[in-house]
Ligand binder design. Structure first.
Ligand SMILES: Cc1cc2nc3c(=O)[nH]c(=O)nc-3n(C[C@H](O)[C@H](O)[C@H](O)COP(=O)(O)O)c2cc1C
Ligand code: SF4
Length: 432
């Protein structure tokens, strides 16, 4: 039985407080790390195999090693707590229930990359968290765990919480940096990458909340201990969000050799009304839909890629047999249409066209050529946009057509959905 590490104390009423955290061994890893050289911390994180939890699974130690040591400019750490992808709510649990694990991780990561300032960029709608986090951060500062001359070691690390304006695109790392600088959250062209030219033109590392929360655990328990959890190259504890037609939606922690079937049936209690599964989105709304024949696949970066999708933000959305896949595609495209930042033409115009065509089919006015038209619009977006948002927005359309083309065609021919749904969200997603 896997014993949770990141979420061990999240159900304790005072688990989020400094007092509880210190009483249960908190800030011990930071003391160890302050006695290590920055290179030794980076090496340890590399050996642990930690891969970024923000979506792409990029090796964290490697990312840190891209920060140039000889650059005289200040260096920054930005923690990405924008968490706006539909289906994703894992970072919220850490921010709300384990904020000191994050602060401790920030201090260690800053030491590793040579930064003295860290910004935690939280989603605009997380104003309810901001107050509690600010209060806990103030306590950590007063106790000498954060700020100037940490625990008398001469090490400085200031942490600031910055609440965004409420935009999905602000989670893209260069858009996040623009937003922190007070500009609109629109992405920059890469290269240069943030590790070299980031916040205020200075070397910057952007890491996800869950990624940084893994860092104290690696230092405390050791890289070998950490690397032994889960399959090779997919190491460490992982948070999975599960929502949709399951009996017990929520956030669950497990190793990455947990299968989709185990998450759905053992952790989340199976399907509402004991119906059949029709499809699963495994990693948030921008990852391709999978069919039930992939239920025995590991929820790991490599497992999901081999199955034809992505682990992404590990946000599993389960759809039962009563789900209309045309409605799913339209609902998600409504979100992307709302959230496109508008900076580049294929995304800005293309997503509007996708929505118009899907809406026409849903209204019963579809024409036989519409499926090919959808594919052609997707082709004009995929790989042709400034940031990965373009590839993200076409994933639900392409994958639902790939697996459920006959459902689209019947909808178009008969003017009505062939699926009898008893559930329909009152409002489409994306109403910020
Ligand atoms: C449209 C878009 C939204 C994103 N939103 C988030 C987000 O909310 N949180 C996050 O950690 N990464 C998000 N990312 C990924 C970030 O650009 C970046 O890769 C990530 O923060 C790196 O952290 P990691 O190396 O720890 O995974 C998003 C990317 C895109 C293209
Ligand atoms: S792909 Fe979309 S979100 Fe990304 S820069 Fe272009 S318009 Fe903005």
């Amino acid at each position: 039985m896997f014993e949770p590490v990141l979420t061990k104390y999240v159900n304790e009423p005072n688990g989020y407080t400094l007092e509880f955290y210190v009483e249960h061994g908190g800030y011990r890893a930071m003391k160890t790390a302050l006695g290590m050289t920055p290179d030794a911390i980076v090496d340890s994180v590399k050996k642990s195999g930690l891969r970024g939890r923000g979506g792409a699974g990029f090796p964290t130690g490697l990312k840190w090693s891209f920060v140039p040591k000889d650059n005289p400019k200040p260096k920054y750490l930005c923690v990405n707590a924008d968490e706006s992808e539909p289906g994703t709510f894992k970072d919220h649990v850490l921010l709300e229930r384990n904020p000191h694990l994050l602060f401790e991780g920030c201090v260690i990561a800053c030491r590793a990359i040579g930064a003295r300032t860290c910004y935690i960029y939280i989603r605009g709608e997380f104003y309810h968290l901001q107050k509690q986090m600010e209060a806990e951060l103030a306590k950590a500062r007063a106790a000498g765990y954060v700020g100037k001359n940490i625990l008398g070691t001469g090490e400085d690390c200031d942490i600031w919480i910055h609440r965004g304006a409420g935009a999905y695109e602000a989670g893209e790392e260069t858009a996040l940096i623009e937003s922190l600088e007070g500009k609109r959250a629109q992405p920059r062209l890469k290269p240069p990458f943030p590790a070299v030219v980031g916040l205020y033109g200075c070397p910057t590392v952007v890491n996800n909340v869950e990624t940084i929360c893994n860092v104290p655990i690696i230092i405390e328990k050791g890289a070998e201990w950490y690397a032994a959890i889960g399959p090779e190259k997919n190491t460490g504890p992982k948070l999975f969000c599960i929502s949709g037609h399951v009996k017990r939606p929520g956030v669950y922690e497990g190793p990455m050799d947990t299968t989709l079937r185990q998450l759905i049936y053992d952790y989340a209690g199976g399907i509402r009304g004991d119906r059949q599964i029709k499809a699963v989105i495994p990693g948030g709304s921008s990852t391709p839909v999978l069919l039930p024949d992939k239920l025995d696949t590991h929820l790991s970066f490599d497992g999901m890629a081999a199955a034809g999708s992505m682990l992404g933000s590990a946000a599993v959305i389960v759809m039962d047999e009563t789900t209309s896949m045309v409605w799913v595609a339209k609902n998600l495209i409504h979100f992307y249409k709302h959230e496109s930042c508008g900076k580049c033409t294929p995304c800005r115009e293309g997503v509007d066209w996708l929505y118009k065509i899907l809406d026409k089919i849903e209204r019963g006015d579809g024409e036989p050529r519409d499926v090919e038209l959808l594919l052609s619009v997707c082709d004009s977006i995929g790989g042709k946009t400034l940031c990965p948002f373009g590839d993200a927005e076409i994933a639900p359309v392409l994958s639902t057509i790939q697996h459920f083309r006959a459902e689209y065609e019947t909808y178009i021919t008969t003017g009505t959905s062939p699926v009898q749904s008893d559930f329909r969200a009152a409002e489409p997603v994306g109403a910020h």
